[in-house]
Design a protein around this ligand. Structure first.
Ligand code: FAD
Length: 471
């Protein structure tokens, strides 16, 4: 009755429905992580280093029983099942396009295990219990059984649907031991990351996730609604990277918020709403897998974009990637992205808007750059965050709402502290003037670059292209 617990985006011990199911199958449990070359190759240093940290946490939390194998999951998982004579494989359901296809392949391979006298005697089920979400994507539907296309009604229905309480932590799990494991993947990436000094998101494992969460509950939740838009303050939970790797489950967060003295305040409601955005985007991707890298709504398919590899846009795109656009709020965000692998939500919106509407570059080019550098890089939230800004996604926000990088900076970083933290060439410019170095005498004295485009002119150009595409 041995079970394999195949871990993916659920790298924790607590509130783990699939671990509970594997334990309740009655026999010993072998925790397995498959280093899938397709995923490892696309992860980049930021995500691979986070994965390494999270797996180290699992290794410790699972008493050293974690087994790592590299290879194609449809080959590795059945092979491990054979080795240990397992009768079931347990997972948290995967909902991304690649993850769903991969799991179908593994399920078919397990079902095809022959009754050839070897252990186990015949087909083995892939048992899906829980998912990385409070409500598994695909479940929340409107009265006609259709998916929601707009956030507000989705979030209302999501709350009405509700979610289970966190899963109990199983006591007395018997681990299968003595199975050869490869080293944890991502050690090189982790060494590179650690030596770069980038530490804002902290260590990615369950203990650090819960520490960070409890600190936020004590010190951050009560001012979340008013502070969450301020990148100069440490006013958000910083949990996105933990939710990405499942070092904490959203149901744990929702249960703790519901039990908090501030549960009925605007701050708590706002925090739950932000978690709902994550669930909404996963739901949208579940229903429309092609929206990972293509416009969700075809209405703007005729919009004229610039090629980021050609002409003056190539230099401007490079300036955007490297934080040298000459717009301080944009440059601070792009430098924070590369340095720390995390960017504040307000700044993500502004830098995305700048690429799409000031440089006229199609959103997937920016989304790819984000995925290469974000530690919390998550396909659903990233692609749909970009599409929200680009006007091609779920949002009611029309294309013609163009963020002004200067007024956004002055409003949400009123003293210029965020800009000065990431742009040393502006360290000598005091106060909000850091958002407008052209307005002070010595603004360019320390080598800060001139603006690559004129925002007012490019805003007009964006609107012209929008009108032409929708005429
Ligand atoms: P908090 O404010 O503490 O929010 C709590 C949690 O709610 C977050 O951890 C996150 O899971 C969820 N959340 C908050 N805002 C959003 C949102 N707008 N969309 C979806 N979920 C949200 N988030 C990612 O996790 N991965 C990404 O790759 C990602 N890419 C983005 C790209 C763009 C262009 C934009 C505009 C947003 C993106 N987001 C992404 C959403 C958001 O910026 C981050 O989740 C947030 O900044 C993480 O910081 P936090 O954990 O302190 O958030």
């Amino acid at each position: 009755m041995t079970s394999v617990l195949w871990l993916r985006r659920d790298l924790r011990r607590r509130d783990h429905p699939a671990l509970l199911a594997a334990h309740e199958a009655g026999g010993p449990v072998l925790p397995l992580f498959v280093a899938d070359p397709a995923l490892v190759a696309s992860a980049g240093t930021a995500r691979l280093s986070a994965l390494h940290e999270a797996l180290r946490g699992v290794h410790d939390a699972y008493d050293g029983a974690l087994v790592v194998r590299s290879g194609r999951p449809e080959e590795v998982v059945p092979a491990v099942v054979r080795e240990v004579g397992a009768t079931s494989v347990h997972v948290s359901a995967e909902t991304t396009p690649y993850g769903r296809r991969r799991d179908e392949r593994v399920e078919a391979a397990l079902a095809a295990l022959a009754d050839d006298g070897a252990r186990p005697p015949g087909p083995v089920p892939l048992v899906r219990t829980g998912s990385p979400y409070a409500v598994t994507p695909g479940r929340v539907r409107n009265g006609s059984g259709d998916p929601y296309k707009v956030f507000t009604p989705f979030s209302r229905a999501w709350r009405d649907h509700g979610w289970r309480r966190p899963a109990e932590e199983p006591a007395g799990v018997r681990w299968v031991r003595g199975h050869g494991s490869e080293p944890l993947p991502g050690a090189d990436a982790e060494a590179r990351w650690a030596s770069s000094g980038a530490s804002l998101t902290g260590v990615v494992d369950e203990e650090h996730a819960l520490d960070r969460w409890h600190t936020f509950l004590d010190d951050g939740l009560a001012s979340y609604d008013s502070g969450r838009d301020r990148p100069d303050l440490d006013a958000t939970s910083g949990l996105s990277v933990h939710l990405k790797y499942g070092t904490v489950h959203p149901r744990t967060l929702l249960a703790d918020v519901a039990a908090h003295p501030a549960a009925r305040t605007a701050d708590a409601t706002r925090f739950v709403t932000e978690l709902a955005w994550r669930e909404f985007y996963a739901d949208v991707l579940w229903h429309a897998p092609s929206s990972a890298w293509a416009d969700l709504r075809p209405g703007l398919s005729g919009l004229a974009y610039e090629d980021p590899a050609q002409g003056p846009t190539a230099e401007r795109f490079a300036a955007w990637c490297e934080g040298r656009t000459g717009y301080p709020f944009v440059d601070a965000g792009m430098r924070q992205l590369v340095r720390e692998g995390w960017v504040h939500n307000r700044v993500r919106m502004v830098v995305a808007s700048f690429l799409v509407k000031d440089l006229h570059v199609w959103w997937p080019h920016g989304a790819r750059h984000f995925m290469a550098h974000l530690r919390d890089g998550d396909l659903a939230s990233n692609s749909h965050g970009w599409q929200w800004v680009a006007g091609t996604g779920t949002d009611a926000s029309p294309f013609f709402r163009v963020f002004n990088p200067v007024t956004q900076g002055k409003r949400f970083d009123p003293d210029g502290d965020y800009v000065r933290r990431y742009v040393p060439e502006l360290a000598h410019v005091a106060g909000a003037a850091a958002h407008e170095p052209w307005s002070v005498l010595d603004g360019y004295g320390e080598g800060y670059p001139e603006r690559v485009v004129d925002h007012a002119a490019e805003r007009e150009e964006a609107l012209r292209r929008y009108s032409a595409a929708t005429a």
